[in-house]
Write a protein that binds this ligand. Structure first.
Ligand SMILES: Nc1ncnc2c1ncn2[C@@H]1O[C@H](COP(=O)(O)OP(=O)(O)O)[C@@H](O)[C@H]1O
Ligand SMILES: N[C@@H](CCOP(=O)(O)O)C(=O)O
Length: 341
């Protein structure tokens, strides 16, 4: 492959926050949320400059180890090589280390920006390959899948041991259109790195727990997509939460969603690292609200009944931020601006 031809001008990428697992779907389910990081990338005569605004400003590195830069470089390497210089401006809204997929958003932003910087980059790296690379960099496929594709995603790793397989695993995903749901996230001030939270998981789990999660995860997909037989009463007028696309008619049945969000594979093992979050999930669930740990935590995600956002907001512990967010149905988006504009 020869050195790539780069697109002049600026590339802008917008990537959504994501909530992974959703209770029983550990490392598999992801939901994209309408809270966005934006990255603008320009070619430069030489060197690397990184400007960070918002979340992570002053904390994340601004050199080659910056996560967006690492993903961008990895993508450009796959597409044939690096330009002389790069200038990045990152405007971050997704809180870091809270279980809302900030690292996945950074990685997806880098992959999409890298692909967009190269003329015919999309033919050198299609969406399947972009997901595989993002998964490789993130280490698990659930957040990056939802961030790339939007909506509700079911992700998996290909089996490296299948006969005739390449010996490498790759992230894959399907995207589903979620029915009308209203996510509410409760974000504490404290951070917990995903790496630390993954370290709390046991190597093996009881068969009964694995079986219980398989059933609940399947039920959850049915409930969240409003599969016939699972939907509640017909929905009212389309609300602000649906601005990003047309969801199927009908409300999700919250009682079913409560059963469908039961988990036995990760939340209890991680509870000692986030006791307040575990307590909030238990409190909300006792009151009938489907609530889970978002990703690896410590954020809590709950689904509000129609008009029930304020009732949920009132349950937030002191000092926690509460965001009432639409589902993002678009996934990562790229725009180009010609040089000089
Ligand atoms: N926009 C970003 N730019 C640079 N680094 C980022 C960005 N977002 C996340 N990171 C890095 O990823 C870390 C958080 O990742 P992780 O522990 O997986 O938590 P999260 O649940 O937020 O994804 C941050 O501490 C930071 O090092
Ligand atoms: N399945 C992963 C999800 C991590 O999500 P994040 O938003 O906390 O990065 C896990 O539970 O470890």
């Amino acid at each position: 492959m020869g050195a790539p031809t780069f697109v002049p001008g600026r590339v802008r990428v917008r990537v959504p926050a994501t909530s992974a697992n959703l209770g029983p779907g550990f490392d598999a389910l992801g939901l994209a949320l309408g809270l966005y990081d934006e990255v603008e990338v320009r070619l430069a005569p030489g060197g690397l400059s990184v400007t960070v605004r918002g979340e992570g400003a002053g904390d994340v590195p601004t050199d080659e180890s910056h996560l967006v830069v690492r993903a961008l470089r990895a993508t450009l390497d796959r597409l044939g090589g690096q330009p002389p210089g790069l200038a990045l401006t990152c405007t971050n809204r997704v809180p870091h280390g809270r279980g809302l997929g900030s690292s996945a958003a950074a990685i997806v932003a880098g992959v999409l920006a890298g692909r967009a910087l190269v003329e015919s980059g999309a033919s050198g790296m299609d969406d399947t390959e972009a997901l595989a690379l993002a998964t490789e960099l993130e280490g698990h496929p659930d957040n990056v899948a939802a961030c790339l594709r939007g909506g509700l995603t079911i992700a998996w790793m290909t089996d490296s041991n299948i006969r005739g397989g390449s010996g490498r695993t790759a992230g894959r995903a399907v995207r589903l259109e979620p029915a009308r749901v209203q996510p509410v996230v409760f974000v504490p001030r404290t951070e917990l790195s995903t790496r630390t939270a993954r370290g709390l998981l046991p190597g093996v789990v009881p068969h009964a727990d694995a079986a219980a999660n398989a059933g609940r995860a399947a039920l959850l997909v049915a409930a969240l997509t409003g599969t016939p037989g699972t939907a509640g009463p017909p929905a009212g007028p389309v609300g602000a939460s649906d601005v990003l696309g047309a969801p199927p008619a009908g409300e999700v049945d919250l009682a079913l969603l409560l059963a469908a969000t039961e988990d036995r594979l990760h939340q209890d093992y991680r509870a000692p690292a986030m006791p307040e979050s575990a307590h909030l999930v238990a409190d909300l669930r006792e009151r009938g609200h489907p609530a889970v740990i978002s990703g690896a935590g410590p954020t809590v995600l709950a689904f509000a009944r129609p008009g029930g956002e304020e009732e949920l907001r009132a349950r937030a512990p002191e000092g926690w931020a509460v965001y009432v967010l639409p589902v993002d149905r678009a996934g990562g988006r790229v725009t180009w601006t010609a040089a000089g504009e």
